[in-house]
Design a protein around this ligand. Structure first.
Ligand code: ADP
Ligand code: MG
Ligand code: MG
Length: 892
């Protein structure tokens, strides 16, 4: 027969294994604490499996549960030597219990705990007589009626609170603690009236009815709307169910030698190895967190640091405090992690009511993991596994001073982490100019395009009204390590008038604003920031992560500065150097335009000749920074129209600079217009139609490699990558161009370097035909941004309009441009990896899409055996940690 009730405390530990799946988190840990000999009030847990059963039976309890629960109550009665519902005025008094919900993971939205259950008009008198404290007995009863009416009977709790306030006011009291036994008695009478008024029946006097009402309410709360919403948001399956814990009451409200408190075994904000917590003398249950009275500090140190008057627990109750401190240490050794603890002191005796792994900030997580490994409490590998890689993001960027005031104007998407303050500027040229003059600038745009690169680079932060987490602004900002808030739809930006309106206020050019790219908040004025700390614990954890990691981590970087940052963050090469960004500066863009506007190959070559030395210079500086490491350079990818002006007013000046008539420029721009440029004339299609472009780029790469090789003695290792390949023939043609150019350069210079030619796999056809393509390509890099677009048939620049709804409705678990669609796109990656390796066993495989910095996607990359992941420079440490965790998981 399936068992549903598991006893704990008093030497009877039925759930000895502390199984959270069965007992829920709270029940498992109550059992765990009792089994290591800690003082836990006895009780029992109704297993999570009963929750499902309860719903199967049409929200009724199966017959066998009644007997099991009766046994559970008998267990508590034996251990406490009290009887449930006992109204005799002598002896040990009536048994009171708490009824507490507890799912596998702690879950707001579940039923609140009911305390003091078992009190009625008779037992309250018995409690008063046996405890010798009438005031305590009636205080407990009024608390019970109020809680039970609220969480079990679901009556309007406002009415009860109001009655309490009026009762205090009538007596001229401010604090509950000032109320006398008679005051509480009168309030109980009033509460009885309220229950009849609101519920139509008197308050349940039968203690068993009380108990079953509370148990039913716990199970009922599992399907409450707010619990369902929470589960949906946190991916908690609906069939887990909740457990119910029924436990003997202990009383923190029995006078000045009694207290209740909450504590962490280490500081959850900083991670410092010091006890941290609060307690209240003569209080019960949630009084500490409810803010009815100001709680007191746990330790003397904390009280002194805060210059607080009321004595700390360490000072006021030194003996019990000493016991509590010993319990903290025991619990940390037992659970091998920082614990969040609830305790009560009843007339000088300590009781433990809860322990669980404590929530902590990213900073604390890092410090606690490293400290615990150094204390030999956990292994270095466990330390690596414990820190959430995404949380590192918070640590790698400046953050807003948590104590500073924030005047929040609006909220957009947290597109790129970090915080920045500066003057609002609505135009990239102005941004650049004002930044050159030494001002901190926040670039505010409706959305950004490649033409804004210089403005984005000059800005300290980027704010857009449109676009999602993978909009141009978001992707580029993350790559540059600039904080970015995108899609702040409430902003009405009038760039021409240099003003933006939001929430009835105006931001003009030059006004100070602040962005928090980690929360999406946009604030008026300047908010002070705190700088990140990259050495210390962070550095230590990274060294440990690198020891267990199999995959290499590279960076997506295209400027010497980004490469430098990436190296400092531990990048082991460049996985994606996009060359188009190199063409946007004032001088070069003119030549690029001349090339685009040229009527024939000779004209194009003349323009490309001017670009060659510039491009070579770019590669020289990148190779210099990346000496000894591989650099993957992607040849030109975007459609050419991106290089032409879009605004009517720019045409004249551009035409003049390029040395053509304005009509020619307009005609050519018209010719280049495409209905769907992302699927148009771009990628290797440019190289196939205008091989001289790729030839120039290849030449620049080889000349730069030879130059840096002879200068430094360490020849760089260029990997030349052809974008948007769908067929083997495309790659063959492009490889011929590159190889031919290499031979020419090597002959001219009488020297050579090693290089590879490979391709991005970013079209479904390429993934399917990877076996054939690998006959030519020496490496594959999965361009999962485009591969996601083309596999899902979703344009990432337009997806923000419906993707949120899609994620809400569970069509995709997460934004597929942020976290790889493993089932669909992932399968293509897997197919391509398998087929590519079959043809060329040592083919190098990597990923260079945005997913290369996403932990879940990195876990997938490990499972298909990719050689490396490539992420934007600021995400390199995240990728190192995530790759290490993936390797640990793969080892099992
Ligand atoms: P939550 O999950 O909201 O923390 P709990 O079930 O832990 O709810 O109950 C909240 C508080 O109620 C506990 O911190 C404790 O102070 C009090 N409490 C619960 N059970 C008991 C008990 N058996 N005796 C005394 N106090 C209790
Ligand atoms: Mg609790
Ligand atoms: Mg692409």
């Amino acid at each position: 027969m399936t068992r549903y009730v598991y006893r704990f405390g008093g030497g009877a530990n039925d759930g000895a294994a502390g199984d959270k799946t069965l007992l829920g988190g709270k029940g498992a840990n109550l059992d765990g604490m009792a089994s290591i000999g800690l003082p836990v009030p006895p009780g029992f847990t109704i297993a999570t499996t009963m929750c499902a059963r309860y719903y199967e039976e049409g929200e009724k309890f199966p017959e066998e549960l009644f007997a099991e629960v009766a046994n559970g109550i008998a267990h508590i009665e034996t251990v406490t030597d009290k009887k449930f519902g006992d109204a005799t005025p002598t002896g040990n008094g009536p048994l009171l219990v708490s009824v507490r919900s507890g799912a596998r993971v702690s879950m707001p939205g579940m039923m609140d705990t009911v305390l003091n259950l078992g009190l009625n008009d008779q037992t309250v008198e018995a409690l008063a007589a046996t405890s010798g404290d009438e005031r305590f007995a009636w205080d407990s009863y009024r608390r019970f009626i109020q809680m039970y009416s609220d969480v079990v009977l679901c009556l309007d709790h406002g009415a009860f609170e109001e009655a309490l306030e009026i009762a205090k006011e009538d007596r001229g009291f401010h604090l509950d603690t000032e109320m006398t036994a008679n005051d509480w008695k009168a309030l109980v009478a009033k509460y009885h009236e309220l229950v009849v008024e609101e519920w139509g029946k008197p308050f349940p006097q039968d203690v068993h009815d009380q108990l079953w009402g509370a148990v039913g309410a716990v199970f009922g709360s599992w399907q409450a709307e707010r619990a369902k919403v929470y589960r949906r948001l946190n991916n908690i399956p609906g069939d887990w169910g909740t457990a119910v814990n029924v436990q003997a009451m202990v009383f923190g409200n029995m006078g000045d030698t009694s207290a209740t408190g909450v504590a962490f075994t280490r500081d959850p904000a900083t991670g410092e190895n010091a006890y941290y917590g609060e307690f209240l003398i003569n209080a019960q249950g949630e009084d500490v967190v409810a803010g009815i009275r100001t709680p007191q500090y746990l330790t003397k140190d904390a009280r002194e640091t805060a210059h607080a008057k009321p004595l700390s627990m360490e000072e006021a109750m030194p003996v019990v405090y000493g016991e509590l401190a010993a319990v903290f240490d025991l619990l940390e050794r037992h659970y091998r992690d920082m614990q969040d603890i609830e305790f009560t002191v009843e007339r000088g005796k300590l009781w433990m009511l809860q322990t669980r792994t404590g929530k902590r900030t990213a900073k604390a997580a890092l410090k606690i993991a490293v400290d615990m490994a150094n204390e030999d409490l956990i292994t270095q590998e466990e330390a690596v596994a414990r820190v959430d890689p995404s949380a590192l993001d918070q640590l790698l960027h400046p953050t807003l001073d948590p104590d500073a005031h924030r005047d929040v104007l609006t909220k957009g998407l947290p597109a790129s982490p970090g915080a920045a303050s500066g003057i609002a500027v609505f135009d990239s040229d102005v941004a650049e100019k004002r930044a050159e003059m030494g001002e901190s600038v926040i670039l505010v745009r409706v959305e950004t395009s490649p033409e804004d690169i210089h403005g984005m680079h000059a800005a300290k932060g980027i704010l857009t009204a449109r676009g999602g987490m993978t909009s141009h602004a978001a992707v580029v900002a993350r790559g540059m390590g600039r904080p970015c808030v995108s899609g702040a739809g409430a902003l009405a930006i009038d760039a021409a008038a240099k003003v933006c309106r939001v929430a009835g206020r105006e931001i003009r050019e030059g006004d100070l604003i602040t962005l928090d790219g980690s929360t999406g908040e946009v604030m008026a004025g300047s908010v002070p920031t705190v700088q990140p700390e990259l050495a210390g614990d962070f550095g230590t954890l990274m060294v440990w992560a690198d020891k267990v990691r199999r995959m290499r981590v590279r960076a997506n970087a295209e400027t010497p500065h980004d490469c430098q940052v990436a190296r400092e963050f531990g990048a082991e090469g460049v996985g994606l150097c996009r060359t188009e960004h190199m063409f946007f500066d004032d001088k070069r863009i003119t030549w690029v335009r001349q090339m685009i506007l040229a009527e024939n190959e000779a004209g194009r070559r003349a323009a490309l000749d001017k670009l060659l030395p510039e491009q070579r210079g770019d590669f020289v500086s990148i190779f210099e920074v990346m000496t000894g490491l591989p650099v993957t350079i992607r040849l030109l990818d975007p459609p050419l129209h991106e290089f032409l002006p879009h605004a009517e007013e720019d045409f004249a000046s551009v035409a003049e600079a390029a040395g053509v008539g304005i009509e020619t420029l307009k005609r050519r721009a018209n010719e280049l217009h495409e209905f769907n440029p992302m699927l148009g004339h771009r990628g290797c299609r440019l190289g196939v139609t205008y091989p001289e472009i790729y030839e120039m780029q290849a030449r620049a790469i080889f000349e730069a490699a030879l130059e840096v090789g002879s200068k430094t003695g360490a020849a760089p290792f260029p990997e030349i990558m052809i974008p948007l390949v769908a067929t083997k023939r495309e790659l063959e043609l492009m490889k011929e161009v590159v190889d031919r150019t290499a031979q020419a350069v090597f002959k001219e210079q009488n020297a050579s370097v090693e290089y590879h030619v490979g391709t991005m796999i970013e079209l479904p056809r390429a993934a399917l035909k990877a076996g054939e393509i690998a006959e030519v390509g020496e490496f594959f890099s999965f361009g999962t941004n485009d591969l996601t677009q083309t596999t899902l048939g979703v344009s990432r620049d337009d997806a923000s309009r419906f993707l949120t709804t899609y994620v809400d409705k569970g069509i995709y678990a997460r934004d597929p441009f942020v976290s790889l669609d493993i089932e669909g796109v992932g399968e293509l990656v897997q197919i391509a990896a398998e087929r590519g390796r079959k043809t060329r066993p040592n083919i190098k495989l990597g990923i260079c899409g945005e997913h290369g910095g996403d932990p879940a996607s990195i876990t997938f990359c490990e499972s298909v055996g990719l050689d490396y992941v490539s992420a934007s420079p600021y995400r390199v440490p995240i990728a190192r940690l995530a790759a290490a965790q993936a390797a640990l998981k793969a080892r099992g």
